[in-house]
Ligand binder design. Structure first.
Ligand code: RUB
Length: 306
């Protein structure tokens, strides 16, 4: 939880692999490959929901096995990690441009959690001279909303800070909802911070449009094969102190960190490749993340043969 947001998590994983490769002190190829694969697995296991994490790790690790020698293997990891980090930053900048176009002068926007991609659209619209006002939720239990309001405040965006349960009370003041994503499935469902589905449901009922800002590496290729996104459930101590919990032996705190918003509650997903209706998620997976499908097919055939 020191690094928050699926995009930042992905870049941090690429940086970690790059530094691990750089600092590897051995000279033999086999130990290097083993150390890199071990690091990749360890990184992927840190946050189960953000698909950007395995997507970034795969992108950096791809081609390692084909490198002719140790020097090429190390150089390849460093090169691919730097390329991913740069393309991730470019993607957010492009999303800001595209997303800002969908924000109108005078819009009041609601955002939930702290999404670099979503905020980049709002700040982009503000910087382009449009008058925007934001409602930002608190985001219990980890208060990511505090990070959001700091960013908006620093950018000079007029912002209202509300508790999560106040969303429906204000929804009629809102023109547009913009949130980020930790994962987008093949059927256009969006996995994001717990409460996002409630916000989107409330918006749909009030006929307020919902935009999701998500880089293409947030799309989850394996959902094509029916694989489900794991929802991280975090310790109850984030919600109730141990002291209070100990005094309530019959009470169990449930603390899922993310939830799933179905495609029908989402009007548009803004990616760096353009804005799409959520139902077109398959096209993004096919065109931009095809490598994973090939890998998955390979594994599937092998498993079938044994
Ligand atoms: C953060 C969260 C963000 C998405 C998208 O959760 O749910 O909305 O990750 O963020 P946590 P971004 O704080 O638990 O990581 O657009 O920055 O990738």
């Amino acid at each position: 939880m020191e690094i928050r947001g699926a995009g930042r998590i992905a870049r941090a994983a690429a940086e970690a692999l790059r530094d691990h490769a750089r600092e590897f002190s051995g000279l033999d190829r086999e130990t290097f490959d083993h150390a890199m694969h071990e690091a990749a697995e360890r990184l992927i296991a840190t946050r189960p929901t953000a698909v950007s994490l395995p997507n970034a790790v795969h992108r950096v690790m791809a081609g390692l096995d084909d490198a002719p020698d140790f020097a090429a293997a190390r150089e390849g990891i460093i090169r691919r990690a730097d390329a991913f980090i740069e393309s991730s930053r470019d993607a957010v900048a492009r999303i800001a441009e595209i997303g800002a176009r969908h924000i109108h002068d005078g819009d009041v926007i609601l955002t939930h959690c702290n999404s670099e991609a979503a905020l980049s659209c709002i700040v982009g619209a503000h910087r382009s001279g449009k008058s925007v006002e934001v409602f930002a939720t608190e985001v219990r239990p980890r208060n990511q909303g505090l990070v959001t309001i700091r960013t908006l405040n620093d950018a000079g965006v007029k912002t209202n800070f509300i508790v999560d349960s106040a969303v429906r009370s204000f929804i009629h003041d809102i023109d547009l909802v913009i949130v980020g994503a930790d994962a987008v499935t093949v059927n256009g469902a969006v996995v994001n911070k717990i409460g996002t589905s409630m916000v989107a449901h409330t918006a749909k009922e009030a006929r307020v449009n919902v935009i999701v800002a998500a880089e293409t590496y947030k799309f989850a290729p394996r959902t094509i094969m029916g694989e489900l996104i794991t929802i991280e459930e975090r310790p109850g101590s984030e919600v109730l102190t141990d002291e209070i919990a100990r005094a309530l032996p019959h009470v169990t705190v449930r603390n899922p960190a993310f939830d799933v918003t179905p495609a029908e509650f989402i009007d548009m997903i803004v990616t760096e490749e353009g804005a799409i209706p959520p139902q077109m998620a398959y096209v993004i997976i096919r065109d931009y993340l095809g490598w994973d499908l090939k890998e998955f097919h390979k594994g599937f055939e092998l498993n079938n043969r044994t």
